[in-house]
Design a protein around this ligand. Structure first.
Ligand code: NAP
Ligand code: ZN
Length: 350
């Protein structure tokens, strides 16, 4: 077994402390990745604090992982030692069910082994995420990274990037369309960059007036302070597509009403409590309300290659692992610009 250093919570209220654990020895198809950077997703906070229920402890969060391949198993062909590699929200699936065969392994009908707060395919061995020194993963579930100059800023693409890219592609967002992005955090700011890169006219809906200039710099054309009902009235029925990236409970009707005929709103934000939906906000204009969960391996690779080609990375603030609690508090206060990324070398100092 491979001795690994990490940072873990012991229960929903414990806070983080160093945690040594073992990774499995390399199998024939596995790669060992020395983790250099790991993004901090709001899902880490939801799960570390058991806001979605069913959390497994001790928990080493982190699913925006980038690093270097340190060793490869005997049958590995996709990577060689020294290559850069990424790991996103899941590390295994059956590979054979209807969903895996359609490249949506995140919805594997047998078991999607998530990167942390989950179990391996045996449904027993706990998985530990990227707030750690190294990870062992089947090469088929690791991503190739070509933009190696901006490694830290590529890390958030592994979750925030694919989670916003996938629904934008599924709903064929394109030039000439009006797109709304709700909530300018880690996911939201990637949504702005990606939707703008696809040619859409992008409007950010934010509760933080101070983010206006940033929104424009990220590529948004318009910025609306969503707390003011007066600001929303003239926008009724104007949008083709809205991506809701908000981490806390809020009124969906406010945004559904902004959709034009056949418009769609996709929820990627995952607040603690269910939302209420009035049927008439959907009946009017034949609107669609949908959800979207990360993306499969093939689409994640497509997104990484697309971002490398377009020069798209995340706007980040690099932190040391010792500052993780402070980063969580700032994220919860919507004071993240726009993704915290942990420099995992700081683990060596704990
Ligand atoms: P984040 O960086 O904390 O961003 C969330 C943003 O939501 C905040 O910056 C803020 O933007 C807005 N917001 C926060 N509290 C609000 C409130 N009370 N009312 C209205 N707006 C509020 O979080 P993230 O990492 O982007 O994640 C966002 C959500 O997506 C989380 O729930 C996360 O678990 C979920 N997620 C889902 C998937 C998926 O596959 N579907 C994948 C990853 C994450 P403003 O300051 O602009 O208002
Ligand atoms: Zn995430």
């Amino acid at each position: 077994m491979l001795q690994t250093k990490g940072y873990a919570v012991q229960d929903a209220a414990s806070g983080f402390a160093s945690f040594d654990f073992e990774r499995r020895d390399l199998g024939a198809n596995d790669v060992l990745i020395e983790i250099q950077f790991c993004g901090v997703c709001h899902s880490d906070i939801h799960q570390a604090r058991d806001e979605w229920g069913g959390s497994i402890y001790p928990m080493v969060p982190g699913h925006e992982i980038v690093g270097r391949v340190a060793r490869t198993g005997a049958d590995v062909s996709k990577f060689k030692e020294g290559d850069f590699a990424g790991v996103g929200c899941f590390v295994d699936s059956c590979g054979d069910c209807e969903n895996c065969r359609q490249d949506v392994e995140q919805f594997c009908l047998v078991h999607c082994s998530q990167t942390y707060n989950s179990t391996e395919m045996d449904k027993k061995t706990p998985t530990f995420g990227g707030y750690s020194s190294q990870i062992v993963v089947d090469e088929n579930y690791a991503l190739k990274i070509s933009d190696t100059e901006n490694l830290a800023a590529v890390a958030p693409l592994l979750c925030a990037g694919i989670t916003t890219y996938s629904p934008l592609r599924r709903f064929n967002v394109r030039e000439g369309q009006k797109v709304g992005i709700v909530g300018l955090g880690g996911l939201g700011h990637m949504g702005v960059k990606l939707a703008a890169s696809m040619g859409a006219e992008v409007t950010v809906f934010s509760t933080s007036p101070s983010k206006e200039q940033d929104a424009k710099n990220l590529g948004a054309h318009n910025f609306v302070v969503s707390k003011e009902p007066e600001n929303m009235k003239p926008l009724k029925g104007k949008f083709d597509f809205i991506l809701d990236c908000v981490s806390a409970n809020h009124d969906l009707a406010v945004y559904l009403n902004l959709l034009k005929f056949n418009g769609a709103m996709v929820l990627v934000g995952a607040p603690e409590k269910p939302a209420e939906v009035n049927a008439f906000s959907l009946i009017s204009n034949n609107r669609t309300l949908a959800g979207s969960g990360i993306g499969g391996i093939a689409e994640t690779q497509e997104m990484l290659d697309y971002c490398a080609e377009k020069g798209i990375t995340s706007d980040i603030e690099i932190i040391q692992i010792q500052d993780i609690e402070k980063a969580y508090e700032r994220t919860i206060k919507s004071d993240v610009r726009y993704r915290f990324v942990i420099n995992m070398q700081s683990l060596g100092q704990v």
